[in-house]
Ligand binder design. Sequence first.
Ligand code: PXL
Length: 263
Amino acid sequence: MVTVAVAIAGSEATGGAGAQTDLKTFHKLGTFGAVALTCIVSFDPKDNWNHLFVPVDPGVIRQQIDAITAVHEPDTVKLGMLGTVATIDAVAEKLGEREWKNVVVDPVLICKGQQPGAALDTDNALKEKILPYATVVTPNVFEATQLSGIEVVDLDSLKEAAKLIHEKLGVPYVVAKGGAVLPGGDAVDVLYDGENFTEYREPKIGERYISGAGCTLAAAITAELAKGADIHGAVQVAKDTVTEAIRNRVTDLPTPFDEVYQG
Ligand code: PXL
């Protein structure tokens, strides 16, 4: 029988990040992907590739989730960009209506181009209404700093932040991504499972920012959990998958970033 993996995520039109990348990653790892779109992001070629952001009507988000759950009865979902408090409310309501075995939350905080004033509200709503449903959360350095309240500057503080997020916000598994941001030759991500830390490291690749790496990692964890992997195995496969997608990245774009490719 086919294994279904669900993403509740935003569209990033150029195909590097968001729902497009979630689907490619689900497919790559042998799962059947379904998506409920939360918002539509267009990088603006006339404005330094800033993000143009349009939320999907909360009623339409509910309808999409209802369709997916009625057709597939999935038990594993990834949450990507939500973007507004109204979206968070709709998604939280739907998450609460049925049992999910694995809820992987990529806590994408506000993106460029949204109203800065909305950031705090969205962050707080994510913490209060979405993270209680999370079984896994995958913050990057910036998000780990925001969620833990301590500034992440190196591997030790990344680990400390992961532990604090587990303890303060009650998320069973925290995958804190140092990625290419922290000092050192390796891109190091850390899993805190409530007792132990596991490090996943690979040599850093290239010099440019790569769009879609975080989405790929969280989507790959989701696909593996949907197939029945345990969390340590899922994060290892996800690290391998994102490293390969970075190696195969799309380069020579007019943007100041490259884009991951899972092909
Ligand atoms: O990579 C984070 C991300 C997630 N979701 C959407 C995005 C982005 C970044 O551009 O546009 C829809």
